[in-house]
Structure formats: C-alpha cells, structure tokens
Design a protein around this ligand. Structure first.
Ligand code: SF4
Length: 228
C-alpha cells in the first residue's frame, strides 16, 4: 500500500514491480540509459492521473514511446475514502500493467499531497456551477499547474494528463491551460487528446480486463450531490 507522503517528496516502493522515484534516482536512471547504446533514451513524461480507469488507455497508448511516470494529484476528490479508493485502483492497474510489460518498460508512479482544503477554498464560490463550467476550469488549472510544477522539479521533459480521455472534459480548455503552463514553467505540454482513437471506449475495455473500480461521479462533492 502506498503512503501519502506529501507534495514534492518521493514515493517509497508501493508494491510488486513499482519503482522508487525521486529526482536523484530519475537523473541516475536517465544517465544510465543514455550510456547504453542499444537503449535510445525516450522522452520523459509526467502524466497526471485522475484515476485508474482513465489512466488505462492513456498508459497503453504512450508507454512504449515515452519514459512515463504517473502523478496522482487530485485535491478535487473531496471525500477521503473515495480519494484513496481511486488511488489504490490506480496502483492495482499499474502493478498489473508493469508486470505484463516487465520485459519492455516500467511505468513509474509519484504521489502528490492530498490537500482537499486547497480545492474547496478555491471551488466553494463556484459550488453552483454545472459540470463543465467555471469550477471545472479551475479544477483543471489546479491539477495541471501542480503537474507542470512537479515535472519541472523532477527534471522531466513533458507533462500531460489523463483527464482528456473523458468525453465530459473539453480538450480545448485542457490544451490551452497546458500550453500556457508550458510557456510559464518551461516544461513542454504533451498535446494528446486521449479520447481520440476510441480512447474512452478502450479505457472501459481495459478497466474490465483489470477488474477496476469505476466511479460514477467526477470527483468533487459539488458534482456528486448535484447529480443526486
Ligand atoms: S466536476 Fe470534476 S472537473 Fe469539475 S470541479 Fe468537480 S471534480 Fe473538478
């Protein structure tokens, strides 16, 4: 079971085949890889992961081409139990995926701080916004900015997010935020709309394959109770 160890700190080994990641180790691995002529260095990507099911098809699509690390940072999941259930579902998927692909590559994992108060403080004035409205814009911005910041801290080349796999998430908004952060932070935004090429349908298939819990609400209590 992974521990919630706070923003910017390394995650200890979670389970099974999950690697330990921290800045120094990342540099070391990168250095070692670049010294091995038969293993061309893949671009490093910090992929914000909103949950296990959404991550499945995004990871499948990119893991062969990028040195991928997932970043679980979701202060918008205001219910603590739900937050950890989604985190553990993500780790379950990642363990299984890494085991399946252990001869080819390993996807890393870093866990951010759980800070729902940060989200609630910002989002409460927008409590009555519909899903897809201004509260969601703020929510995307909060999670993407933290992902860009962490990517920079880890010395990664790109950042991106699994959020775009959802048909409910507007990719134009995510892309605009990503490109603005690229400019501001000096880390490149990996511009992939994961819902394309049947990304969402594939995430449903893969969630079944790996036996993942699939939530029926986006994340925050504002949306959860509005739907009831
Ligand atoms: S509905 Fe989803 S995207 Fe919108 S604010 Fe809530 S958790 Fe964030």
């Amino acid at each position: 079971m992974a521990a919630d160890i706070g923003r910017g700190k390394a995650l200890k080994k979670t389970s099974g085949c999950m690697p330990q990641i921290n800045c120094e180790e990342l540099n070391l691995v990168s250095g070692e890889l670049s010294g091995v002529a038969l293993m061309p260095k893949k671009p490093s990507v910090l992929m914000h992961a909103c949950c296990g099911p959404c991550s499945t098809s995004c990871v499948e699509r990119t893991a062969a081409d990028y040195a991928l690390t997932l970043y679980y940072y979701n202060p918008n999941i205001t219910d603590r139990e739900e937050y950890y259930l989604r985190r553990d579902t993500l780790l379950h998927f990642l363990d299984a995926f890494n085991e399946e692909h252990k001869d080819m590559y390993t996807v890393g994992y870093v866990e951010g701080a759980y800070e729902p108060d940060r989200f609630i403080l910002k989002a409460s004035p927008l409590a009555d916004e519909p899903e897809g409205g201004k509260r969601c814009d703020l929510c995307f911005a909060l999670r993407l900015a933290e992902t860009a910041r962490m990517a920079k801290e880890l010395g990664m080349e790109y950042f991106t997010t699994t959020m775009s796999v959802s048909p409910h998430k507007n990719y134009d908004k995510i892309k605009a935020l990503g490109l603005a952060l690229e400019e501001e932070m000096g880390v490149k935004f990996l511009d992939i709309d994961f819902k394309k090429k049947n990304g969402f349908g594939r995430s449903v298939e893969l969630s079944k394959k790996y036996g993942l819990y699939r939530q029926n609400f986006c994340g925050c209590d504002f949306a959860r109770y509005a739907a009831k």
